[in-house]
Design a protein around this ligand. Structure first.
Ligand SMILES: [Fe+2]
Ligand SMILES: [Fe+2]
Length: 137
């Protein structure tokens, strides 16, 4: 799970590197879940969630600036999806994480998996050809 494959590539080096960071966070979560111990993992969960939040803001900003710079038509539609992910992410911080650690871990896994399948493979890939034609690799 969360193994990087060539099919995920946007053919833009910096974007691929950033996307790989999301896979890495997914793998960290997976490791945490597979521990199946009775220890408290609140700190680890918060650590991953905070990294995910920082990553999300940085990555979405980077992509939006790039699309804007090259006047990509689909920017507005793309941006809407970004906003929806940020909204979803902020819901996590409102949950009672400490009391529902397992559930939060599973929800975060689903959140990242959905992001990869629905957003990277579809929405991000929509700018791939356009930006490549503009000489962005
Ligand atoms: Fe992306
Ligand atoms: Fe995106």
């Amino acid at each position: 799970m969360f193994k990087w494959q060539e099919a995920y590539s946007c053919n833009i080096k910096e974007i691929d590197m950033q996307h790989q960071k999301l896979f890495e966070l997914g793998r960290k979560l997976n490791e945490l879940i597979s521990l199946q111990d009775e220890f408290d993992h609140y700190d680890e969960i918060m650590n991953i969630l905070t990294q995910l939040k920082e990553y999300t803001i940085y990555h979405f900003g980077y992509e939006e600036k790039l699309m804007d710079k090259y006047q990509f038509d689909g920017l507005q539609k793309h941006q809407k999806e970004h906003i929806a992910f940020v909204d979803q992410l902020s819901v996590f911080f409102k949950k009672n994480i400490d009391e529902n650690q397992r559930k939060v871990e599973m929800d975060m896994i689903l959140f990242i998996a959905n992001w990869i399948e629905k957003h990277i493979l579809q929405t991000d890939h929509a700018y791939k050809g356009y930006l490549n034609l503009k000489g962005v690799f």
